[in-house]
Design a protein around this ligand. Sequence first.
Ligand code: AMP
Length: 498
Amino acid sequence: MMKKKQKRKPKIKLQKTKKILKKSKEIKKNKFKKLKTKKQKNKEPRKKGKYSPKILRGMKDILPEETKIWDFVCKRLTELAESYGFQKIETPVLEERALFEKSTGLSSDIVEKQMYQFTDRGGNSVVMRPEFTPGIVRSYIEQGMFNLPQPIKFFCFGPLFRYERPQAGRLRQLHQFNFEVLGSAKPVVDAQLILFSQAFFNTLGLKVNIQINSLGCPSCRKSYRSKLMNYFRAKQKWLCPDCQRRLKTNPLRILDCQNPDCRELITRAPQLVDDLCSECQSHFVKVLEYLDEANVIYKLNPYLVRGLDYYTRTVFEFWPERPEKPINDSLLQGEEEKKITNELQEKEKELFSSPSALGGGGRYDNLVESLGGRLTPAAGFAYGLDRIIEEIKIQDLKVLKSKSPQIFLAQIGEVACRRALKLFEDLRKQGFKVGENLAKDSLKAQMEMANKLGVKLTLILGQQEILDKTIIIRDMHSGNQEIVDQEKIIKELKKRLK
Ligand code: AMP
């Protein structure tokens, strides 16, 4: 009787989940079709038989409108990192393939399926880094940094490459801001990394949900592994083909699977926190106590495992928290669709899964040693910048203070253009933010640009002004114009823009 019940129960639920997912997919597909045709209208038509360059799948151009947000976020992060004592490190994009096999792990999705790898002209097997930590650990060992006062704190930023199936929030060239603390086993380090993140998300005004778990050490994981194996073996036929394979190679990895059928089973799987050895348990309790002391709100997530082999003890992730959130609200309309979105959100929460984590990390106490260094406990984490920028847009955060120019410099004619080129430099050196379009001849077009920029004053240089060594100052608000000596322009601007 018992057996029958266990088999029937998940099947009904799974069918419901599948139905919801299928319906939402259809709605999205139709919406995407509409969006696609809109987008295509703006594109240059492809000429038959001619090569027309196109971006690779899963890659993204970051255009000026967006680079402003990127620069802002990176600047904030750099300042914050330095104030917490992190130093910047840069490691190469290319590393030996073996480095990731021995650290990220042969059974990880990254090493198994996602690496951009090739043999270079010297016959070396290399990969374009899919994550930062192994490269930093290699550098730490190779450069003898264990001789420096410990712990040592690093941060870095850059592109990573993973051959994933492209979808919303999942790119093949992604960008991370990454942090590592090497040389301390203290739980306070784990807690401070999380506090750092809370400070960062607060400065942006981004609402996130902190998820935390402990993966214990290899010894406590051993008994948990066999418990997990027994649990999933009994439900093997409902697992996706990948997880059926993971069951043999690394059953813990099943907990990371995003397949809805598997996630359904995961919610009832044994929990690792129940099997922690006394040292790991005490470490975890201390981390949580530090967080409580600092009033950090977090959520214990017993099924958070992170996809890499080297994690030990504390692991954590930051999930976006949207007030009236939509997985893709903009893509869904109408009551029925809203209902489906809500059901999906509920499911997502219930299943402890977030495919849209903004960042995550954890402790990796054995990694340095396993790569040939001394025993060096360490912890680190990374933010997915592409997702953070998207989230800033989704949560409609006004992170950028407008820095548009206060002055526009317009010119008419070749001689005036030459004078304007020099005047622009003089004004810029004096600290004025000046708009210009020296490539345009028409005053009308330049005035339109000045209007668009919303400047307070426009300076106009024409042939007469060049002869008289004067310049026109136009107040864009009142429309009043005044002629001033070129020599006095800086003093005049300082007075007017005070
Ligand atoms: P991981 O290195 O896998 O622990 O990922 C850390 C963070 O990087 C994630 O929480 C995401 O925000 C981001 N990330 C990971 N993979 C991708 C991807 N393929 N595309 C965009 N962002 C990603």
